[in-house]
Design a protein around this ligand. Structure first.
Ligand SMILES: [Zn+2]
Length: 319
């Protein structure tokens, strides 16, 4: 397979920080602010003809009314420790940042992008945090939403913590974003932001649910990470993109829409990376895919491994 460029966003509002919401988040995570991030990102991607995967927390895609209509169904969630802060906020009627159906609608209306799953409540889905029944409940609840019902879809695990992979196929999930473990923990992750000769990743092999190469987090310019100059991040991504093109590898950029709200100068930095990537896609050096494009491609490659190559080249997803 040729070099591939994937972009994915973890779309979660307050659900992603349900266990450690602070005053800064309370103040900044308003529906208006969060929606502006989606509008900005969709406009930028549209301008350059790039498609991305937007992986939503299921509950985040509902309105408060829709959630309350299904209150009986969601009762196990409301009584879980993960949702303690949310349940209290719901009780007080303070729902800013917890429900945002317009965000998913904006993505769907923009066309061409993939809407993927990021858990129903963002509770971690590892054996240390959840039972197999908990995981089934989360995936079933996601799948009952109109966004996913009866479709093949991909998953981005909450907190990037992988677990119960053998459950995915039974829920129509054809691929999930793999986890890239930074060497030397947080310090190593921060140092790697200075690596301007970074290399992309090899392609995935076929599996019941494809482990999509995890890629790299787009530096969130907040706290200590703000010290990394945006120009260095652009150089780093240019290196990754060139390496993927040169060696037929995968370069996967991931972030959260809300990182563009709380980080400094994120959008201009991302704009530069998108401009470089789009130019490479336009001249055929890279192919832009969503996660589900990629998972299906890996599966089809395996399925036709004994047939002529020309059979699948006709279906390439060019930019
Ligand atoms: Zn998340």
């Amino acid at each position: 397979m040729s070099g591939v460029f994937i972009i994915s966003f973890d779309c979660e509002g307050k659900w992603g920080v349900a266990d450690h919401i602070d005053a800064r988040i309370e103040e900044s995570f308003t529906t208006t602010n969060l929606l502006q991030n989606y509008r900005d990102l969709l406009a930028l991607l549209g301008e350059h003809g790039l498609r991305a995967t937007f992986a939503f927390v299921g509950a985040y895609t509902l309105s408060a009314e829709a959630f309350l209509d299904r209150r009986v169904e969601y009762e196990p969630l409301l009584s879980s420790s993960w949702c303690r802060v949310f349940a209290a906020a719901l009780q007080r009627g303070q729902i800013e940042g917890w429900f945002n159906p317009e965000a998913a609608r904006l993505v769907a209306r923009a066309g061409g992008h993939e809407i993927a799953g990021h858990g129903f409540s963002h509770r971690p889905l590892t054996p240390a945090d959840a039972t197999r029944d908990d995981v089934r409940w989360e995936l079933d609840a996601l799948r009952r939403l109109d966004l996913f019902d009866n479709q093949s879809w991909t998953l981005i695990y909450p907190r990037n913590q992988i677990g119960y992979v053998d459950e995915l196929g039974d829920h129509g999930i054809v691929g999930y974003r793999e986890r890239r473990q930074p060497a030397f923990g947080r310090a190593g992750a921060l140092l790697s932001e200075l690596n301007v000769v970074a290399a992309a990743e090899p392609h995935a092999s076929d599996a019941a649910a494809i482990p999509i190469p995890a890629g790299f987090f787009l530096n969130w310019r907040s706290g200590g990470r703000r010290m990394v100059p945006a120009a260095v991040t652009v150089r780093r991504w240019t290196s990754l993109l060139r390496d993927a093109a040169k060696h037929d590898r995968v370069v996967h950029l991931w972030s959260h829409p809300h990182n563009f709200l709380t980080g400094d100068g994120m959008l201009p930095m991302f704009r530069e990376i998108v401009r470089v990537a789009a130019a490479m896609c336009t001249r055929g050096a890279l192919v832009n895919m969503t996660q589900i494009d990629y998972a299906k491609r890996v599966k089809s490659l395996d399925a036709i491994a004994v047939t002529p190559v020309s059979r699948w080249r006709a279906g390439d997803h060019d930019c």
